[in-house]
Unconditional design. Structure first.
Length: 463
């Protein structure tokens, strides 16, 4: 089982040397960062590590008062400080400098594991030099986007969070991101169905230099590294309203504004359609939606490209022109996960494939799984007893069976529209709007978007 370690870092130059004591008390590690003991004792070999830092780390504070010469974190930061002083002509280069700095500090600390660095946007002036202007929600959007792409590719059975060194809102928001990443994993990777995704969250005791004579062995303070949350996640979190995906924070030129509007519509149409068919138990509609959308991730990637390019770095101000709603990122990642999960399953869709897809809905709610499984079983039973050579409506197959059982009765055709209750109760297989073809293929009689619209199945939109 592969594990994903996510650690939040503030300013490593300010961390002194302590002796971290793991909960069992038997393992200790003398260092300036929990990253070392967590990698060695808690994550193991099958572990991918990610450090989440703020772009404001470009303002690495200069040492004040007595420097902590004893701290290797301080020494490594000072030796790598020149990277942050490198010139940059854009925000993209600023982020790259911060990323390189953190990677070099990790290398200087003697950490051999490959550690990926995610540079997320700050707000305010954490370093006291530059001011970072934009919406605070962009932190979650960027971290979720970067790590979401990672979990789409790799099936992690466990997520480990180390929130010890996080600054300000970083720990709380990263915890929220972890639960959302677990949801994406459950949709994307069918092998996680049984066990789900394990989540472990660690944080150390608050660090305070003790009075003289009360230090641990060798005069080094001791702090415990605590397991503060342990969870086994087997169901996904749902978003109940579709947000406005991207919003301008200042006036943009007409060309960029036009592209922002186009991407906003594209995200709502593509990711929104697929997400709607997950939100309700509609497996055949999910297949139809996925067949219409190439990849929800492509539009999201373009949104982040625009977001990066529109950040201005002027004097001592870093100002973002766009803000991206994290719920949009999450919905898009879930839609992309469903698209990848259905790879190889075509539309029109065989009934046996719908059974496979039912497993996805088990991670949304077990009742969905049973509703879908029951409807497919009833449909398969009806098809076994039916005779047809071409596409035929499901309700006509049932009508034929009733005629055979009670030939004296008449069954007039009535005009029926898609119905919200029936669509949900029958897993989207409302018999008047389903056609059955050769090899037990199923399709809707109309475009899936029209079917959903006429049935009243939708999610509230919000700005």
């Amino acid at each position: 089982m592969r594990r994903l370690l996510i650690a939040t870092w503030g300013s490593p130059a300010e961390w002194g040397t302590v002796r971290y004591v793991l909960e069992d008390g038997r393992q200790t590690y003398e260092t300036c960062t929990t990253l070392k003991p967590v990698l060695k004792y808690l994550c193991g070999e099958s572990c991918d590590a990610v450090l989440v830092v703020l772009d404001s780390l470009v303002d690495l504070p200069s040492p004040k008062g007595r420097p902590r010469e004893e701290s290797e974190c301080f020494i490594c930061c000072e030796s790598c400080r020149n990277i942050l002083r490198s010139s940059y002509a854009s925000y993209i280069e600023l982020r790259e400098n911060v990323r390189r700095f953190v990677e070099e500090v990790v290398r200087c600390l003697g950490i051999e594991a490959k550690v990926r660095v995610v540079v997320a946007p700050a707000v305010g002036s954490p370093g006291g030099n530059r001011r970072f202007r934009g919406e605070a929600q962009d932190f979650e959007s960027v971290v979720l986007y970067e790590l979401g792409r990672l979990v789409l590719e790799e099936s992690y059975g466990e997520i480990i969070l180390d929130l010890t060194h996080g600054l300000n809102f970083m720990p709380s928001v990263t915890l929220r991101v972890a639960y959302r990443l677990a949801s994406v994993l459950l949709v994307a990777h069918k092998e996680l169905r049984e066990g789900g995704v394990r989540l472990r969250v660690y944080n150390s005791d608050p660090y305070r230099r003790p009075p003289s004579g009360l230090e641990g062995a060798g005069g080094i303070p001791e702090v415990r590294l605590n397991l503060i949350i342990e969870d086994q996640i087997k169901s996904i979190q749902l978003v109940h309203r579709l947000p406005r995906p991207v919003r301008s924070l200042r006036k943009l030129n007409s060309e960029v504004e036009s592209e922002v509007g186009s991407l906003r519509r594209k995200l709502l149409e593509d990711a929104g359609l697929i997400y709607l068919t997950l939100y309700y138990p509609l497996p055949l509609a999910l297949c139809a939606a996925v067949s219409k959308v190439e990849s929800p991730l492509k539009s999201l990637e373009r949104v982040f490209e625009l977001w990066l390019k529109q950040v201005e770095v002027k004097d001592r101000v870093v100002e973002r022109a766009l803000t991206i709603n994290p719920d949009t990122v999450y919905v898009s990642l879930l839609a992309e996960a469903a698209t990848r999960r259905l790879q190889g399953i075509e539309y029109p869709t065989p009934t046996d494939k719908l059974k496979e897809i039912a497993e996805i809905y088990n991670a949304i709610h077990s009742s969905y799984y049973y509703i879908i499984s029951n409807e497919i079983s009833q449909l398969e039973k009806a098809l076994e007893e039916a005779s047809y050579s071409n596409w035929i409506r499901y309700n006509e197959i049932l009508r034929q069976k009733r005629r055979e059982e009670k030939p004296e009765e008449e069954y007039p055709s009535t005009k029926i529209t898609p119905n919200t209750r029936i669509m949900i109760a029958h897993a989207g297989l409302q018999k008047e709007f389903i056609e059955v073809g050769p090899s037990k293929l199923l399709r809707y009689t109309k475009d899936v978007e029209r079917i959903l619209e006429e049935s009243g199945l939708k999610l509230e939109r919000k700005d």
